[in-house]
Design a protein around this ligand. Structure first.
Ligand code: FSO
Ligand code: SF4
Length: 546
């Protein structure tokens, strides 16, 4: 039977091959296809902006933001709303026409079809089916184009968060668009695209550094914090996703209203920033990683604001309580708009909360986090002593994503099976597989050090580089650090490429290797970087810990 769609960008793709009828994530074929078209026209406009820059012409921040949000919109579980995606395609085509007018005729003549295409709305569905992933016939070229595109989606997401805090970096945007445009270029060889993949990793480091700077300059450096995971008695709003600016606006607007605010999933690390501690109604963290939201959003009882992915198609019992903002969207759920410089209006959510029962308690106790770079540097002496005395023998980076696949219980079992002298360095929603296990501490240093969100993997890199400096090593791979990373969506792809760019070797990636790696491309990663999958806990403990 003919495919109605094709998407293989995330770890949960059907059969580890590709979603061809409907997304395992719940994405409908018409939405998947329209997302393909959005990626295509975003590549087209990126070709035009790249040509304009080559002619010495400036590209505005608004255009850069349009490109980043377009890509973010197509990340797994971010936006399921056909109409919202349609609007973005139309807007992109319109802006692209204006940009084309600024380009010399010579340069225009050299552009590819994607840069010129400007179809009517009635042509979108037919065009979408012609420009998807499978339109690249050579499987290695396709694999590398998608690897780069997914990395750029992750980079776009991190840029978008920095942009929301009014931090822009024109060099990152120019690269992002140049690399996107390059995925249309049929003259590029496998070797060219491998080089571009690593360059994407380099800009991944820059992107995470930009966001780290934006977050820490605005909200201070994360510090060791105990976060309550129980509930209070007040009605409340749950905020999920990664956007700290949205959280700031929500806390400001709920001040003194009698409505509490709880974080969910990847918003948990917001508690670690000094800035947010001044809000008395910032009550704690509710629930676990994204994939458990159907039961947890139901029992939360109040409205939920999704600032980014990961959205699971909502159950009817709470769908009218689910709101989206930014790049996130779900059909039938209210979207709260707002430009970066504007204050979003969350009144409707707050008023709804006032009429909802308080959250039902599902857990009690606290979890501890806040081990981003500055906090760990402050503990450096203790850490170094523990390593020198042999109290800490290994650091195990277990960053990345959680997901619903049963096989991911491997990560809980792996954390439990680690010897007591091993410390887990984590970031991203992967932490929910072991952050409530009570793994104890080593000389006062907790055995699970949570740096923050997936983008805070940057902190883990800085920590590794600091240890390298302290121990006077030439190579980051000589440190007693091993990597057992779990991935799900495209932000994890940019984190992985960033680590490869930094020369980190022998990363274990699971629970399965990406479907978009062709055998030849996978071989390049294995041969050059020692990338490997996971097997079982016992064997992997032997391989990684010895
Ligand atoms: Fe997780 Fe979702 Fe943060 Fe991702 S909530 S899976 S890698 O969006 O971005 O870690
Ligand atoms: Fe399938 Fe993942 Fe694509 Fe959703 S994002 S359609 S689950 S590959």
């Amino acid at each position: 039977m003919e495919n109605t769609m094709f998407c293989y960008q995330c770890q949960e793709t059907a059969g580890c091959l590709g979603c061809t009828k409907v997304g395992v994530c719940g994405k409908k074929p018409e939405v998947a296809n329209l997302q393909d078209l959005l990626v295509y026209v975003t590549k087209g406009i990126s070709e035009v902006t790249t040509a304009l820059r080559n002619e010495g012409k400036e590209v505005s921040e608004d255009v850069n933001h349009l490109v980043s949000v377009n890509l973010f919109t197509t990340i797994t579980n971010a936006n399921f709303d056909y109409d919202a995606i349609m609007k973005r395609v139309i807007k992109t085509l319109m802006v692209k026409e204006e940009l084309l007018d600024q380009l010399s005729l010579d340069a225009r003549a050299k552009l590819s079809e994607a840069a010129h295409w400007n179809g009517e709305k009635s042509e979108f569905d037919a065009k979408a089916k012609m420009v998807g992933v499978l339109s690249t016939k050579n499987e290695d070229i396709r694999s590398l184009r998608e690897l780069i595109t997914y990395g750029l989606k992750g980079l776009a997401a991190y840029s978008k968060h920095a942009n929301a805090l009014l931090k822009d970096n024109a060099e990152i945007d120019a690269f992002l668009q140049k690399a996107l445009a390059a995925t249309l270029d049929d003259s590029l060889t496998v070797d060219d695209l491998v080089a571009l993949t690593l360059e994407t990793g380099k800009y991944g480091v820059y992107g995470m550094a930009l966001l780290d700077e934006a977050n820490t300059k605005t909200y201070g450096n994360p510090e060791i914090t105990k976060v309550n995971i129980g509930v209070r008695k007040n009605p409340a709003i749950l905020i999920s996703g990664h956007d700290l600016k949205d959280l700031e606006m929500l806390l400001e607007q709920t001040k003194g209203t009698g409505v509490d605010v709880y974080t969910h999933s990847e918003m948990l690390p917001a508690h670690y920033y000094p800035f947010f501690k001044k809000y008395d109604n910032f009550a704690g963290n509710y629930g676990n990683a994204w994939w458990k939201q159907r039961e947890e959003f139901e029992s939360f009882n109040g409205p939920i604001l999704m600032t980014t992915n990961c959205i699971v198609p909502p159950a009817p019992s709470y769908k009218d309580r689910l709101f989206t903002t930014g790049a996130a969207g779900y059909p039938g759920c209210k979207h709260i708009d707002g430009k970066y410089t504007e204050t979003k209006d969350f009144k409707e959510i707050i008023e709804m909360a006032k009429n909802c029962p308080a959250p039902t308690e599902i857990e009690t106790g606290t979890i501890t986090g806040g081990f981003a770079h500055e906090q760990v540097f402050a503990l450096a002496d203790k850490v170094v002593d523990a390593v020198k005395s042999g109290a800490i023998k290994k650091f195990v980076v277990m960053a990345g994503c959680d997901g619903r696949a049963k096989s991911r219980s491997y990560y809980t079992d792996f954390a439990k099976a680690l010897p007591k002298d091993a410390v887990i360095l984590t970031a991203g929603c992967a932490k929910y597989k072991y952050n409530k296990l009570d793994l104890g501490d080593i000389a006062g240093i907790p055995r699970v050090l949570d740096a923050g969100q997936c983008n805070d993997s940057y902190s883990l890199v800085l920590i590794a580089l600091k240890l390298k400096e302290i121990f006077g090593l030439d190579d980051v791979n000589d440190l007693p650090i091993v990597y057992n990373i779990s991935w799900y969506e495209q932000k994890a792809v940019i984190v992985l490429l960033a680590l490869l760019y930094l020369g980190v070797k022998n990363i274990h990636l699971g629970p399965t290797l990406p479907a978009f790696l062709s055998p030849n491309v996978a071989k390049v990663l294995v041969d050059n970087f020692g990338i490997a999958g996971i097997t079982n806990v016992e064997d992997d403990i032997k391989t990684l810990i010895g």
